[in-house]
Design a protein. Structure first.
Length: 170
């Protein structure tokens, strides 16, 4: 049994001399940093990506491996789409944690800067498309009847809506 399976796992104090707050940052390009140091070891970065979760009490983003956990800072989206594979059912997204999932076309949004985002992990998290992944969406993006861009998945088409960020209100 992993410690995370204990009902009080997220409520226990940190190890002696430690804090649940970390200096780990996930930047806008999907890179992890520990303070000023880039985490450039690919396996470690992939492990961090696979440890992303939300704290069950306060909803803040955490990294947890089942044995310990810590809060971390996310500069944009907590997940990143690295590759898109076209299939008859619709685009399959390969995320930076090594997982793949069929796109939910109804969740695709676009930022003011022209960057695509979609909801992933059962809709729990937002994912930002890398430039390469966004370019690979070219066959799945079509013009809707109203002239606006839509995502085609199977026989359905869904409009790409503007991305709304709660922290971007005037």
């Amino acid at each position: 049994m992993k410690p995370s399976e204990h009902p009080d796992f997220y409520r226990l104090p940190p190890p002696p001399g430690r804090s649940r707050e970390s200096r780990i940052v996930l930047d806008e390009l999907g890179r992890f940093w520990n303070g000023p140091a880039l985490i450039d070891h690919e396996a470690m970065a992939t492990a961090f990506a696979s440890w992303i979760a939300t704290h069950p009490d306060d909803g803040r983003l955490i990294l947890t491996n089942g044995y310990d956990w810590t809060y971390f800072t996310v500069k944009d989206a907590p997940f990143f789409v690295r590759h898109v594979e076209g299939t008859p059912a619709g685009p399959v997204l390969r995320l930076f944690d090594g997982t793949e999932e069929l796109i939910d076309p109804a969740t695709v949004t676009i930022s003011d800067a022209g960057v695509l985002y979609a909801r992933v992990k059962g809709g729990r998290f937002e994912a930002r498309f890398s430039r390469a992944a966004q370019a690979q969406m070219v066959d799945a993006i079509v013009e809707g009847r109203d002239g606006s861009p839509h995502v085609r998945a199977g026989s359905a088409e869904h409009p790409i809506t503007p991305r709304f960020r709660p922290d971007s209100r005037p």
